[in-house]
Design a protein around this ligand. Structure first.
Ligand code: GRG
Length: 286
């Protein structure tokens, strides 16, 4: 079945949110931790990562059902945990997230730390409660653990914190963002391919697509932060490459990501038009 990205987005973002809310509502846990978990997950967000997993799964001709949505949404739990911990006083010390008071402002620091921990663990429950073959579940668990831990997002966050005392060169900055932002997006794309049980070569191509998407996402984020009257922030792409250079780097990454999905479509049945829709995120004006 072919579907436009807009139609896919309109259909599945509400379904992802509803599925996560329904599943968390059934959790048998102390009321305060359950409420803290629900608070941040139900606060919204673009749901970009699970949406990418689902789109890639469908692009290979598979039908999406409730347990597939829950499996894809495991990643959104990890993403939400990372945002809760990133907002803590020991990290960015933020008061607002997704337009609401941050988790620790609402529930206190201890509960916010524990809600993040619990969301990370719950992700692995969701990865393993579905009809997928056990071999696929193990691959998903392994890859999400790699993407979220010291070799992935946590490692990138540590390098980012170290960056407060360092000025990275382009390779260094790329390494930070490959881990901090890219690892989860790479997993998002890879998970769709693993769930679709396609060849390892195609899984690897989609992991690369997600990694490059993550870099583009970060460059875009840096560019959107630039305002005419501020000094360019340290350890950002505009600071290293200039605004025009950062825009060119964004374009290069978008083109490379597009090439990868076109290559896949040239060798196998793959709805690359649907997946290409994710690149429209970068068409916003900077
Ligand atoms: C605390 C272990 C730990 C990791 C934190 C993700 C992260 C690592 C920090 C968040 C800060 C940040 C600006 C990260 C860059 C990636 C990014 C722009 C994340 C926001 O993702 P969106 O835009 O958020 O998908 P929504 O709210 O839409 O889900």
């Amino acid at each position: 079945m072919t579907q436009t990205y807009q139609a896919f987005y309109a259909q599945y973002v509400p379904m992802i949110s509803a599925q996560m809310a329904a599943d968390l509502a059934t959790l048998k846990a102390p009321a305060i931790i359950k409420e803290a978990m629900q608070y941040s997950v139900n606060a919204g967000g673009k749901r970009l990562r699970p949406l990418m997993t689902l789109a890639i799964y469908q692009a290979f001709g598979n039908a999406i059902d409730a347990t597939i949505i829950r499996t894809a949404s495991a990643l959104e739990l990890v993403h939400t945990y990372s945002l809760i911990h990133d907002d803590l006083p020991a990290m960015d010390d933020d008061d607002l997230r997704r337009g609401l008071p941050t988790n620790h402002k609402k529930f206190g620091e201890a509960n916010a730390i524990l809600a993040g921990d619990a969301l990370l663990s719950q992700a692995f429950v969701w990865l393993t409660e579905n009809q997928l073959p056990a071999t696929v579940q193990v691959q998903l668990v392994h890859q999400l653990a790699l993407a979220s831990g010291a070799t992935g997002m946590v490692g990138g966050q540590v390098e980012d914190i170290l960056g407060a005392q360092t000025t990275y060169d382009l390779a260094g900055l790329q390494e930070v963002h490959n881990c901090k932002t890219g690892a989860l997006l790479s997993y998002a794309a890879q998970a769709g391919a693993l769930m679709a049980q396609v060849d390892a070569q195609i899984v690897a191509q989609l992991a690369e697509f997600g990694q490059i998407y993550g870099l583009a996402f970060q460059i875009q984020d840096d560019l959107l932060d630039v305002t005419d009257n501020t000094d360019l922030e340290r350890n950002t792409y505009p600071q290293l490459l200039g605004v025009a250079g950062a825009k060119a780097a964004l374009q290069t990454n978008v083109e490379r990501a597009q090439q990868i999905i076109d290559q896949i479509a040239a060798t196998t049945e793959f709805d690359h038009e649907l997946v290409r829709g994710f690149l429209s995120y970068f068409e916003r004006k900077n």
